[in-house]
Design a protein around this ligand. Structure first.
Ligand code: UDP
Length: 339
């Protein structure tokens, strides 16, 4: 039996592949390498270069491998891009998830774990940790495209011999503590990535988007979750489904928020160097505070986070960022070698 990981060459997907291999699973990766990297996929996983929206490659994968579960990470995740190109997001996130789920049902693959997002909630009324049954009002096509996918999966599970877990990610950050995987995407916009780049002198300082939020220090608060804990929630979701668990939608966060300033301080502490901080206006569409209530995942999936520590998140992110240029240069060399 094998597990198919779509987007396995990307940030979270590559951590997933390592964790599955560590757990003794047989792993197949499908990735079109639009933002991911071939070198990010461990040699022990079988790699298919292609698009989730390509039925032919899905059929080929299902014919060549005994897949019993799909972990679907492939997708587009840049919010402003989703506002500018909504139909691309609906195609890549919603349309391709539909296609993959239909192919799974057709092939008799019954277990599906889906990467969803806290963006399905939209604005929160206050800063209490958000529960899964909170109102769903995505503020952008990205969140909408993920919410529509959840709905399709729910309906498919009601009609077919097909069960899913959708995990709503909060702010995923950090890198594999063993240094095997990390965030390598070009032009990333996420706070911890940007702050690590500033700490290592790869960019000049960090702009804080908004200092007048109704939070203790006026900057935005987020629930930063270490990528290894997130990946562990997927392993738990996989065993839950294999045990016959019912369809489930669950939050993945720690239930504790940090402000932008607290994050920047943690990065300077870890790197030992001060960088410039510029205080700027709010970024359109940002909420003041987004924190998860993850009681459901802890209870039903028996999920026990082990890296709930902002300093550890930041230290692993910096360690990865330091080695990144060398890794990318290595990939270029191996590519030239193959050509
Ligand atoms: N943020 C910031 N400067 C940056 C990037 C992000 O002040 O250069 C803030 C942003 O306004 C939010 C928090 O950091 O309050 C996390 O933003 P990120 O883009 O990492 O994730 P999001 O919560 O938007 O998904």
């Amino acid at each position: 039996m094998a597990v198919l990981v779509t987007g396995g060459a990307g940030y979270i997907g590559s951590h997933m592949v390592w964790a599955l291999l560590d757990a003794g699973e047989d792993v197949v990766v499908l990735d079109r390498l639009s933002t991911g990297f071939r070198w990010a996929v461990p040699a022990d996983a079988r790699f298919y270069l292609g698009d989730v929206g390509d039925r032919a490659i899905l059929r080929q994968i299902f014919a060549e491998n005994d897949i019993d579960a799909i972990l679907h990470f492939a997708g587009s995740i840049v919010v402003p891009q989703s506002v500018a190109h909504p139909l691309d997001y609906y195609e890549n996130n919603t349309g391709n998830t539909r296609l993959l789920a239909a192919a799974a049902v057709e092939a008799g693959i019954r277990h599906f774990v889906f990467s969803s997002t806290a963006a399905v909630y939209g604005d929160q009324r206050d800063d209490t940790p958000v529960l899964e049954n909170a109102p769903l009002n995505p503020k952008n096509p990205y969140g909408q495209s993920k919410l529509m996918s959840e709905m399709m999966l729910r309906d498919a599970a009601a009609a077919h011999d097909f069960r899913f877990v959708a995990l709503r990610y909060f702010n995923v950050a950090g890198a594999d503590p063993l240094g095997r995987a990390g965030l390598s995407t070009e032009g990333a916009t996420h706070l911890i990535k940007i702050a690590c780049e500033a700490e290592l002198g790869k960019r000049r300082g960090v702009d804080i988007y908004g200092t007048d939020y109704p939070t203790p220090d006026g900057t935005g608060i987020r629930d930063y979750i270490h990528v290894s804990d997130l990946v562990d929630a997927h392993l738990k979701a996989l065993s839950y489904l294999r045990r016959g668990g019912e369809p489930l939608i669950a939050n993945c966060g720690y239930g504790r928020g940090y402000s932008v300033l607290e994050v920047l301080e943690a990065v300077m502490r870890a790197g030992g160097r001060k960088f410039e901080i510029r205080y700027g206006p709010r970024r359109p569409g940002d909420a003041a505070s987004v924190v998860a209530n993850s009681t459901l995942a802890r209870r039903l999936l028996d999920w026990k986070p082990r890296h709930d520590d902002l300093d550890l998140i930041v230290e692993t992110a910096i360690a990865w960022e330091k080695g990144l240029a060398a890794r990318k240069a290595g990939d270029l060399r191996s590519l030239q070698h193959r050509l």
